[in-house]
Design a protein around this ligand. Structure first.
Ligand SMILES: Cc1ncc(COP(=O)(O)O)c(C=O)c1O
Length: 411
């Protein structure tokens, strides 16, 4: 808790013993939520990795949840063209109509789901989408259910809106996903929403359609909202690829141009909302973001072109090959991966046969062998010390070298 010392300092010390700058710094209020929002632990590890690299050490990066491919050429060209054409101003808060239409067409072509483009709101990444949804759906004190382990920002987004994140421990028995029974048990009269990610970060596992249907029915009957994060939806290597929009249209779906489309730095995503929320979301988007980046939106129009999709499909195949290399390679050196991840680009490995402190393990490994991984601690409180996330966002050659180094580190 930050102590507000203004009352103690202003009279009689004003201008006498405390310099105005110092006083301003000291009396500045810091909202209590700041203390509840934790930074990514892996950022410190990344900083240390960069440090080592600047000293000439070789570091293999498997910590970052970002494709190692640059944005596909046709998308970049469209972005450049947008800039040359002067598309540098604000756009409508919910996105340019052309992009909303192209996204609606994507659902039609890919999943045979018909969506009114009005229900699609273009956002600054799926991060922006999640914040808008929580902004219209969560009151202060409302509880929001989510998996632990799970995407770390979800908890923090809920904190931003003064909600109460309720992490529910999930493990291999349920494929690291929630099930309806668990949601029913955790539901209280304060619960207003459930967040699901399929495929999940950090586990890459999917929520089966039948279970998602059950959760949807349950949440609906309880009067809550279901938010399904489909950011890794197109990075699925086996199993049933479906959108939650195929189940119902009164749930929220979040997606992004970041991962499959390789556009992390363009900061663009979208959400699909139930009709009754559209106006409120647009109003909130106007106020919070004004609009998304115009050149990014025009560039994204090309993301669904056959030319781009051809490139992205090759990349998806490359990720699948990487997973197929890495999973057995890690198991062979003592990591346990109980559920085969069918999507995203992560393996969430149990390291309890090798260490009882994954955090220290990651730091020691980085220092000794220059392999950067993300400790379980970043994904929640559910046995984090027993887990490490491997991101296969690097080449098989580099991962071969990483596995060799880990083996040497393990002695
Ligand atoms: C599950 C999940 N949701 C949302 C995001 C946010 O991504 P962005 O804002 O780049 O779309 C991430 C990023 O890693 C993620 O893993």
């Amino acid at each position: 808790m930050v102590k507000n010392i203004a009352n103690e300092l202003i009279p009689p010390f004003w201008g006498v013993r405390v310099k105005p700058d110092e006083l301003y710094m000291k009396q500045k209020k810091l909202a209590a939520r700041v203390g509840k929002i934790v930074p990514f632990y892996v950022m410190d590890l990344l900083a240390r990795a960069k440090d080592l690299e600047s000293q000439g050490r070789s570091v293999i990066h498997m910590e970052v949840g970002e494709p190692d491919f640059v944005t596909a050429k046709p998308i970049i060209e469209a972005g450049k063209h947008a800039l040359d054409s002067g598309f540098t101003g604000y756009t409508p808060a919910s996105g340019i109509p052309e992009l909303r239409k192209v996204i609606a067409n994507y659902y039609q072509d890919r999943f045979s789901i018909s969506i009114d483009p009005r229900r699609i709101i273009v956002t600054p990444g799926s991060s922006g989408a999640l914040q808008l949804i929580l902004g219209v759906g969560v009151d202060p004190g409302d509880e929001v259910l989510m998996t632990d382990p799970g995407y770390p920002c979800n908890k923090n987004f809920v904190e931003v809106f003064s909600g109460i994140p309720v992490p529910l421990a999930v493990g291999p028995e349920t494929g690291y996903q929630l099930n309806a029974a668990q949601v029913a048990e955790a539901w209280s009269d304060k619960t207003s929403a459930v967040i699901i990610a399929s495929p999940s970060n950090p586990t890459g596992t999917l929520l089966p359609r039948a279970e998602m249907e059950k959760i949807y029915e349950l949440v609906k009957s309880l009067g809550g909202i279901l938010i399904v994060d489909e950011i890794y939806q197109e990075l699925v290597y086996g199993g049933d690829i479906f959108s939650a929009l195929d189940i119902a249209d009164d749930l929220f779906v979040v997606n992004s141009f970041s991962k499959y489309f390789g556009m992390t730095g363009w900061r663009l995503g979208w959400l699909v909302a139930p009709e009754s929320y559209v106006e409120h979301l647009d109003c909130l988007a106007q106020n919070i973001f004004l609009s998304c980046s115009a050149p990014a939106q025009y560039a994204a129009l090309k993301a669904f072109s056959s030319e781009s999709l051809g490139i992205l499909e090759e990349r998806r195949q490359a990720f699948k090959e990487r997973r197929d290399f890495l999973m057995p390679a890690l198991k062979a050196i003592g990591f346990d991966i109980a559920v085969k991840p069918e999507g995203a680009f992560y393996l969430y490995a149990n390291c309890s046969k090798l260490t009882d402190d994954s955090f220290k393990f990651c730091y020691d490994l980085l220092e000794a062998e220059g392999v950067a991984l993300t400790p379980g601690k970043d994904f929640g409180c559910n046995k984090p010390e027993q887990h490490i996330r491997f991101a296969y966002t690097t080449s098989i050659e580099k991962m071969e070298e990483a596995v060799k180094r880990i083996k040497r580190f393990l002695g």
